[in-house]
Design a binder for this molecule. Sequence first.
Ligand code: ZN
Length: 151
Amino acid sequence: MRYTLPEFLAHALAMEAEAAERYLELADMMEAHINLDVAAIFRDMHRYSVMHRDSIKERTADFELPQLRPGQYRWVAPTEVGEEDGFDYMMRPHNALQYARDNEASAMVFYQTVAGRSDDPEVRHLRAEFAAEEKEHTEALDAWFDRVPPS
Ligand code: ZN
């Protein structure tokens, strides 16, 4: 589809809100695993997501946002967990990083490709900015893989 600005912003807003929620859950999960380093990373990611979500929200003030179906923005559960909503509280730090990384990467791909098919110059501008941001998030998580080997 070709995204209009309100459609694009609705997606971006939903994706960041979802990310914020997931990072909070992941941080709590890592604390349950007594892995405070990884918990701290997820708390940072949570903060970035909240900031990004709020700044997108400001941009949407003038629009009526379209309703989205959950499948259009929800994080995809890791395969070993199975269910969409069921979070595995035994997820190990390495898997949690992998999970977050996969979802950051798919956000990046969304901005790079799907959202790129727009005639609106504002969408094209924003999606480039947001794709760069998601790339940074992906790389930040990548940097942790070597430090948190699979157990
Ligand atoms: Zn991100």
